[in-house]
Design a protein around this ligand. Structure first.
Ligand code: GLA
Length: 381
């Protein structure tokens, strides 16, 4: 959905001149399920986005229009009723989080739409919550900074149900063209690392599934890591998994539930992989980066157990393909996309092969999306 269509939809509902904002999707190069464990992540904003056309209205309610869904919802500013529509819950949650901070906007009319594949694990919800919060902040001159906006997006997500970390919101707000964001989730500070891929490209293959256990399993993983932290806090006084090493953890192996132990060890290993990936990017060692991606997938699949048959299949199928340096599941897991580092000349062949083998096995073709890094949320006009 392009900007003109969003403006046209807005024009049908209102004669006002809207402000326009763009909120990108994100990918994550490496560092999965580490964000809510105070670890490192390495996401980037990409060239898939939502556009918001928005203006203050003279009505008694917020008027929201979702172009792809072809739905409109009105939200009463009293916020006494959460809307039923999935996407509208996020708008509602942003308004509720802002209200808790004493930030109550005049009612607005807002049309939005874009080209982020829903359910692909590219964080359309972070684009939505942070894009809306950014727009309101701009329109009403609240002067919230990007980190504050990211936290508002995260709190909104928590209200809707997923106890996510800050990676997605941070990436869509702080992303920069040709860079990945190396975020320290303990200090909420970041460095940029240049993404110089030469003839290689970032390609997503979508499993076209989102298993229903995803939200519960996500929250469970988080709890399981927190339980180990609680235990070690009592034992040795650490207050963050960031203070833990694999060696230290292993000293308590017999006292920790084996599954929880395995999860936390994965997190510590993945943090090391992010640091190694940053080095690899700095020196242009793309083969090393690719190996780290495979290792990350292995950990997510076997140790953290958030992959699924479809994701594992897509990764396994490209493993020995010429021109593929690395592949891994991306995001929360249990469906969504794999992220692949592929030579530009190999993309078509890989796609054709996957179309065939995935179709044979699962009866559908995996959608392919090639992405390039892009700037974070901003006002377009
Ligand atoms: C989802 C969450 C993020 C992060 C990833 C896994 O995308 O929203 O906070 O935890 O899963 O890395």
């Amino acid at each position: 959905m392009i900007l003109e269509e969003v403006l046209a939809a807005f024009g049908v509902a209102s004669e006002l001149e809207p402000a326009v904002f763009r909120a990108p999707a994100r990918i994550n190069l490496i560092g999965e399920h580490t964000d809510y464990n105070d670890g490192f992540v390495m996401p980037a904003a990409v060239d898939r986005q939502l556009f918001f056309a928005i203006a203050v209205n003279q009505k008694n309610s917020h008027e929201l229009m979702a172009l792809e869904m072809e739905q409109s919802v009105e939200i009463d500013p009293s916020l006494d009723q959460m809307p039923a529509e999935g996407w509208a819950k996020y708008f509602y949650a942003v308004l509720a989080v802002l209200a808790e901070k004493g930030l109550v906007p005049n009612t607005v009319t807002c049309a939005f739409g874009g080209n982020i594949p829903i359910g692909s694990g590219m964080s359309s919800s972070a684009a939505l919550t942070c894009g809306f919060a950014f727009a309101l902040n701009d329109l009403f001159g609240w002067k919230l900074n990007r980190l504050e906006l990211a936290k508002i997006g995260q709190a909104a997500e928590h209200r809707v149900g997923i106890k996510c970390g800050l990676m997605d919101q941070y990436a869509v707000l702080f992303g920069k063209e040709e860079q990945v964001v190396k975020l320290n989730c303990q200090t909420h500070t970041h460095e940029y690392a240049p993404l110089k891929l030469g003839d290689y490209r970032l390609v997503l293959f979508n499993t076209m599934v989102q298993h229903s256990l995803a939200d519960t399993a996500y929250n469970d993983r988080r709890k399981s890591c927190e339980s180990v932290l609680d235990f070690l806090n009592k034992k040795i006084g650490i207050s963050s998994l960031k203070e833990l090493t694999i060696e230290k953890l292993s000293e308590y192996k017999s006292e920790i539930d084996p599954i929880a132990y395995q999860r936390v060890r994965y997190v510590l290993e993945e943090n090391q992989r992010v640091v190694a990936a940053q080095k690899a990017l700095m020196t242009g060692a793309l083969t090393t980066l690719g190996k780290l991606m495979y290792a990350s997938h292995e950990g997510l699949s076997k140790e953290y157990e958030v992959s699924c048959e479809e994701l594992d299949f897509l990764v396994d199928q490209v493993r020995n393909e010429e021109g593929v340096l690395g592949a891994r599941m991306m995001g929360g897991g249990f469906g969504g996309c794999t992220l692949n580092l592929i030579h530009v000349d190999a993309i078509e062949t890989v796609q054709q092969k996957l179309n065939k083998s995935y179709d044979q096995k699962f009866g559908k073709k995996p959608d392919m999306t090639e992405v390039v890094t892009a700037d974070g949320i901003g006002r377009v006009r």
